[in-house]
Structures are given as structure tokens and as C-alpha cells.
Design a protein around this ligand. Sequence first.
Ligand code: NDP
Length: 431
Amino acid sequence: QARDPEQKEFLQAVEEVLLSLKPVLAKHPEYCAVLERMCEPERQIMFRVPWLDDAGNIRVNRGYRVQFSSAIGPYKGGLRFHPTVSLSVIKFLGFEQCFKNALTTLPMGGGKGGTDFDPKGKSDNEVMRFCQSFMTELHRHIGSTTDVPAGDIGVGGREIGFLYGQYKRLQNEFTGVLTGKAMEWGGSNIRPEATGYGAVYFGLEILQDKGEDIKGKRCFISGSGNVAQYAAEKLIQLGAVVLTLSDSTGYVYEEDGFTMEQLKQVMEIKNVKRASLKEYSSPTGVYVAGQRCWNVDDKAHIALPCATQNEIEYEDAVKLVNKGVAMVLEGANMPSTNDAIAHFHKCGVVLAAAKACNAGGVAVSGLEMAQNACMSTWSSEQVDERLKVIMHDIFAASSGASKEYGVTLQEGANIAGFEKIAKAMIAQGCV
Ligand code: NDP
């Protein structure tokens, strides 16, 4: 706190982990010094990104790459393009990524990057010129065994393509330096679906443990981007009822649940037209402007925040509990404030923490790296099967730690991730 008092998102993420680790530090005081090092990134890079807009003006944004921890593998984590990006946001994401990657069972360290550039309203050519300029600086810091970025908010297939093209040109090599690539040039089956599907698979593990079925369960989903779309798709396939989807302008409510056709319409609006949910139209659907979907006048069993950080504040948590929500599957990173988490725990809501619940995306990115390294492509069925096994293993590790230390599932996930990194750091000495 003394070092970076103004980095509120980063401090929030650290506080959440520290609160969970109290029983571990009491049992293993030798971990205290490790934790202090773990909170300081190994390396932070900030750089200027100049680019030319369509009118011929030179514009400038700020780029970031925070290489947080290489204790258990190369730095790995996405790039976020959004006007709210700051060093604090990238550090919170990078810090969380370390624990998440440790939980995946794969050898990946943690990192995160991005920029305050806003792709919204920019032409394809502007986005391409921006990505090329961003990579012109970033390329000297990354590599297929050093640091492997991927997508995040504002970075989808189009941006990964432009970034990869520029990397290849500068390095003169075709390697798996980015994940989230298209199938024709080194991507993995199921990578676009992996985060949303993985969050639902994690929910299935929780329900199975309680002897419950997902069929007929009513769900609120926030967001309508990559994670939300595929969480919704998997839920609909499994017979659950998806009541809401949202974006930064408002939310859509379907009282009988979205059909696959209606979800396709949302995908078309967000992925092809790159427009707002205002454009959604169905005889049964209602669009509500300027509000979070947690305000919808309905009841549900499961909430899936899949948009952004701090989208469930204390007041939202109270509303969700009053609407009957008994399980929260965090698709987004740090979507719940620490007060909201405390309220969920107080009311007995099962909280599937982002580090565990949304780890399916980076896990399949790890599988994409493995396929690139051995110059092969695995089928959708193979990757989906690996994803299910990984989500099962993450649940087993999180619930195992929660039982061992007598804490919640959310705290158990933090503990399981932390112990793996701590052991590696102690073995590697003072680094
Ligand atoms: P996308 O850019 O595809 O979609 C983001 C969605 O969230 C959009 O609907 C967007 O609305 C909405 N949103 C973004 N910022 C805000 C905001 N400040 N207020 C309200 N709504 C907002 O991103 P992803 O789906 O990839 O990522 C969503 C979350 O999941 C993020 O927290 C990300 O870090 C996390 N995540 C993503 C992974 C992945 O594989 N993609 C992996 C693990 C975590 P609009 O379209 O109007 O901007």
C-alpha cells in the first residue's frame, strides 16, 4: 500500500488474496517473505504507441505489459484495449493471472498488458495501424518461451491477427507467441468458447457436488462479449434458462430465456456489426438502457458476471441475494467488490472466484501453445475433453484447500494457487 497508494484496483486484488491466506500464513510463516515478493511484479513495461488516424492525424496512446511472475512458466495473460486501462488495472489483472494460471495445472507464469486505446468507433485500418505500432514496441519483450500474450476486453480475433502479422514481420519467425489465433494460422479449436464454457463446467462441478442438476436453472448473465456469449451458449445447450445479457449501454431481458436464435442475433450485433444491444429486437425481449442487469425484476438461481471488474457492488449483491441467487460464477476478472464478496459469504451464496471459474480460457491458450510447439492440431472434441478435465481438477484443488483450511471455495482457490507458486519460488531461491 505504501508503495502504490493510488493503485486502487491493484490494492483491492491484493487485499482479497491476503484475506484468504491468513490461515495458510499462520501454518506456514515461511510463506510471508514469498508473499511480499509475489506482490511486486518482476518487470513492468510502459511505452508510447503513436498511430495515424484515417484523417492523417498522429494520435498517441499508452501501452503496458506487466510481467508479474515466471515462477512456474513463461509469463502468460491477455491484452486489454479499453479507455479505462491504467497501470493499476493491468497490475490487478496480472496479479490475479498468476494464481489462475497456477490453478490450470499447466506450466504458465502470469502477466497482463494493454492500452487505453478504444477500438470502438475506429475503422479496421485504424485498428490495424494501432496494433502494428503497439507490437513494434512489444515484440522485443515477448516470445513463445518468454511471454505469450492473448486477447481480453477489446482484443478479439481481428486484433490478434494484426498483432501477430506485425510480430512475424519483425521477428521473421512463425511461433506461438500469441494465443487466440485463427484456426488457419496456428489457433486451437475451442479457444473462443473456452472461458465461457469453462465457467459453466465449473458450475456443473459445484452442482454435482451438491447433487443438483443445471437443467431449468434460471441465470442472469452480464456482458455480451466473448465470455458472456459462450457461457450463454453452453447454458442453453444444457437446458438452463438465460434471462439477461448486457453491454456498456444497458441490458436485454428475455423472460422465458434466450433461444439459440436470439443468442445468434446478439453475436451478430456484437461481433459483426460491433454495435450496441439497443439494436436487439424480439417480440418477447425488453431492452433497458443505462442499467446493470442485476436490476431486472425477476428471480434466478445463478448469476454470471461476464463483463468487467467491480460490476457487482455491495448493493448489487444484496439485490441478487434477494432475487434468490445461490451461486455466482465469475466469468469476468474481479467482478465482485470485496464488500459484495463478504455479503455473499454471509448469506451462504457459493462464489466461484474468477481465478478458478474463468481459468478455462487461459487453460486452452496453454493447450494452443502445446499444439504450436509440436506443430499439430487437436480436434474440438479432444480440446473440449481436456478443458472439462482441467475445470474438474481446478474445482478439486480449490475445494480440497477449502476443506483443509476450513474456508470457502473462493478462499480455497486462492490458497491452492498460492501454494503452488510459493513452493516454486522457495525452490528457486532469492529471485
Ligand atoms: P469483450 O470485449 O468480448 O466483452 C466485454 C463485454 O463487457 C461487452 O459486452 C462490453 O460492453 C462489456 N463491458 C466492458 N467494459 C464494461 C464496463 N466498464 N461497463 C459495462 N460493460 C462493460 O471481453 P471478454 O468477454 O473477453 O472479457 C470479459 C471479462 O472476462 C473481462 O473481465 C476479462 O478480463 C475476463 N476474461 C476474459 C477471458 C477471455 O478469454 N476472453 C479470459 C478470462 C477472463 P460493450 O460491448 O458495450 O463495450
